[in-house]
Design a protein around this ligand. Sequence first.
Ligand code: ADP
Ligand code: MG
Length: 433
Amino acid sequence: MNRRIIIFTIIIMTMSLIGLMGIQIYWIKNASSVKEATFRSIVNDVVIKIIYNVERLEKNKAIQINQYERMLNFTRHLPYETFITARQLDSLISLELNLKGIDTKFVFGIYKPENETFLLENSSKYRRELIDNGYANELFRSDIFSTPEYLLIYFPHEKQFLLTELWSMILISMILIIIIVYSFAYTVTIIFRQKKLSEMKNDFVNNMTHEFKTPISTISLACEALRDKDIRKREEFYENYISIIQDESRRLAGMAEKILQTAVLDKGQIKMKRERINLHEIISDVIKNIMIQVEIKDGVITKNFGAGSPFIIGDKVHLTNLVYNLLDNANKYSPKRPVIKVNTENTANGIILTIEDNGIGISKAEQKKIFDKLYRVPTGNIHDVRGFGLGLSYTKAIVEEHHGKISLESEIYKGSKFKVFLPFSEGKEFGLF
Ligand SMILES: Nc1ncnc2c1ncn2[C@@H]1O[C@H](COP(=O)(O)OP(=O)(O)O)[C@@H](O)[C@H]1O
Ligand SMILES: [Mg+2]
């Protein structure tokens, strides 16, 4: 996929998500104000109903006591304590509120602003709030000669009460949004990882084709030459071309083998033939093989075999490949005059092999990646060395197969130092030492 399309999709997706979140927030806000309005109107209804009940109670009481007295006193209603107690009023209000589905704590008071007193109340704790924020309605409105008195109701936990009903909605929305954002981010990282991988695979195929092309064309050129009768007649030419063909086909076979090795690695089935081997011998053999290439560049390999006991249990072929890969890299990535130091030393339970070069080095950020399959440090202008990016991933797999460890110290432009630890024997079943 095109990078631009991916970025475009990401932007569209992000914008849609933000839009969706905005709509969600808008709806929740809307729902909360609708809830608030409903709550208000319910409470107002309740207050009106309570007032009606209180007035009726007063009237009944008045009739009961003395109609005549009531007539005389027609402008005034009876004092509250004669027909209702705070507790009765409390249960009256609570009953009404419960009927309407409101079961949060409330306080009420009958307040007379004229002399700023509470004539009746169920708690004196929230007086200020009652006066400032309570739901209010006038009592005995028809009582035109007395100053107004109000029934006030206040809900200390009104906000929380309204929110609890909304909470589930908010919570579910948040969870859904988090899931979407997470999956989105995850998908994007996967896309980029896949993209990187496919680029690496492309590089690999290009490299491979190139690497195979050279020997193949050399071989066909040599064959062409051999068709020439004159050349066939001259022994030394003939021999020369035959050996060229042989060398090149060996190179081809070697490369095919390398690729096959990693294919096997992929399936996680490295065949190991474990035996007692001398690591120093292996290293010396590899050095002998690689020496020519180093000497072409006027380089040197110094060995310092400090390990007193160089024997371990391991696979000879794989360990040879391992040492070869590390030495090959040390040579390949030292463009000037390679100075390669090979050291061994013993620890209590194994051998540490260090291979140090004075090459181009590897930056901190790249150090973690170079053990990945197909990974090659982007070449840029630094070097144009060919390779498949398979060597180190194979090397690491082999080290792990031997229950060892591989580590790297490197400074860019200064050089690299690979350290491999191999235990004498990787388990109790190989108790040869
Ligand atoms: N000794 C070294 N010095 C500098 N860079 C190295 C060294 N060894 C490995 N690298 C980097 O690590 C990458 C991976 O190495 P490897 O797996 O052997 O693949 P290849 O050698 O085929 O490119 C190389 O492409 C190179 O960029
Ligand atoms: Mg390599």
